[in-house]
Design a protein around this ligand. Structure first.
Ligand SMILES: [Zn+2]
Length: 334
C-alpha cells in the first residue's frame, strides 16, 4: 500500500509526510484514535518512507528490498513491541531489550523505528524505562507509540511525543472496504471492525438488545429497575459481554437520532420502523435512565478496563440506577 492508497485521515497523513521531508524526523510520535482506522498501517508506511532506498524523501516505493522486508515484518531496524499475549502488559524487560539496541547504528536500513502497539499496555516500569530513551534518543531512531486510549499513558511519556489524532473514517471513506450498509454503519468508521464483523452474530445480538429495549419501554417503574439488573446479570454471564452492551448503546443512540429527526444518521437502517415505534412510546424519564446507564457502561468500555472490572462496575451502576429510581419514587418500595 502506498501513501496515495491510504483512506481517511488525509490531514494527519499530510502532516506526517511534511515531517518526513524535513531534515530531522521526530524521535517520539504518538498515534491516538480508535482501533482499526489505520494507525498501525500508517506507522509501517512511515518506517518504509524512512528506510526506502528508491524514493524521494516523503515517499516510499513499496517494492525495494527495504520496503519488502518491512512489509514482511522481518526488517532488522523496524521493531514492533507488543504484549506477549493478548491482554497482557508490555513489560520492562521488553523495553530494556530494545533499549540495548538503541545506541547501535541501523543494521540494514537508515533509520530505526520502534513501534509500540498498544503503547498503553506498557506498565509503569516499562513506560519509565522508555522515558529515558525518549529524552535522549540517538539521531537515527524514532519511536511510534500507538494507542486507542492515549490518556492512559504517563503524562511524561506523552509530553515527549508529537501527537497525531486519527479519527474514525466517514461512511463514504469506509465504502471503499465494503458494501453491506448495516456492516458499514455498524463499524462506525473502523476498517478493522468492518473486516472482522460477523454479521450473523451481530444480527442475533442486536435482536436480543432490541427485544430488551422494547420490553423496557413497556415496563413499569419497578419492573424496569429489575430489568436493568437482569441485563447486567445476563451480560456478566455471557462471553460476548462487551458486544452485547455495545449493541444496546448503538440502538439507544439510533432512537435518539430518530427522536431528533436525524434518521439519516442511524446505524440500524433496516430497523427504522421498530426504532420509531420505541422512540414514540418511550417516556422521556425512562429514556434518560436507560441512556445514563448505557453511557456509564460505554465510558468504562472506552477506558479499556478489563472484563472483571467492567462487570463489577456494571453491577455498581445497576445498583446506583436502582437507588436513583428508588429516590425518584420514595413512595414505592421494591
Ligand atoms: Zn522502497
Amino acid at each position: 500500500m502506498r501513501f496515495e492508497d491510504f483512506i481517511g485521515n488525509a490531514q494527519v497523513l499530510r502532516r506526517l509526510r511534511d515531517r518526513l521531508r524535513e531534515a530531522r524526523f521526530p524521535h517520539g510520535l504518538l498515534f491516538g484514535g480508535p482501533a482499526g482506522v489505520g494507525k498501525h498501517t500508517c506507522a509501517l508506511m512511515l518506517a518504509k518512507a524512512l528506510n526506502c532506498s528508491e524514493s524521494a524523501p516523503g515517499d516510499f516505493c513499496d517494492s525495494c528490498t527495504q520496503c519488502r522486508k518491512i512489509n514482511a515484518g522481518v526488517h532488522a531496524d523496524v521493531i514492533l513491541v507488543q504484549p506477549e499475549e493478548d491482554g497482557a502488559a508490555i513489560r520492562i524487560s521488553q523495553i530494556r531489550e530494545i533499549l540495548e539496541t538503541l545506541a547501535l547504528r541501523p543494521l540494514e536500513g537508515t533509520h530505526k523505528v520502534y513501534i509500540i502497539d498498544p503503547a498503553d499496555a506498557m506498565n509503569d516500569a516499562a513506560a519509565n524505562a522508555l522515558l529515558k530513551a525518549l529524552e535522549e534518543p540517538p539521531e537515527d531512531c524514532s519511536f511510534i507509540l500507538i494507542s486507542a486510549n492515549p490518556q492512559a499513558l504517563l503524562v511524561t511519556v506523552r509530553s515527549r511525543c508529537q501527537t497525531y489524532s486519527f479519527a474514525p473514517l466517514t461512511l463514504g471513506e469506509l465504502r471503499s472496504f465494503g458494501s453491506d450498509e448495516l456492516a458499514l454503519r455498524w463499524s462506525r468508521g473502523s476498517i478493522g471492525t468492518l473486516k472482522s464483523l460477523d454479521l450473523v452474530a451481530l444480527r442475533n445480538r442486536r435482536d436480543a438488545a432490541l427485544d430488551f429495549l422494547e420490553t423496557a419501554v413497556q415496563a413499569k417503574e419497578e419492573a424496569f429497575a429489575d430489568m436493568i439488573s437482569a441485563s447486567a446479570d445476563l451480560a456478566r454471564s455471557k462471553s460476548e459481554f462487551e458486544p452485547y452492551l455495545n449493541a444496546l448503546a448503538i440502538l439507544m443512540e439510533d432512537i435518539l437520532y430518530v427522536r431528533e429527526d436525524s434518521a439519516s444518521r442511524i446505524v440500524n437502517v433496516d430497523l427504522e420502523p421498530r426504532l420509531r415505534k420505541i422512540a414514540a412510546e418511550i417516556p422521556q424519564e425512562q429514556f434518560s435512565r436507560i441512556a445514563d446507564f448505557l453511557r456509564t457502561i460505554e465510558i468504562n468500555l472506552e477506558r479499556n478496563v478489563n472484563r472483571q472490572m467492567l462487570s463489577d462496575n456494571l453491577a455498581l451502576t445497576a445498583n446506583a440506577t436502582l437507588e436513583k429510581i428508588a429516590n425518584d419514587n420514595p413512595g414505592k418500595s421494591r
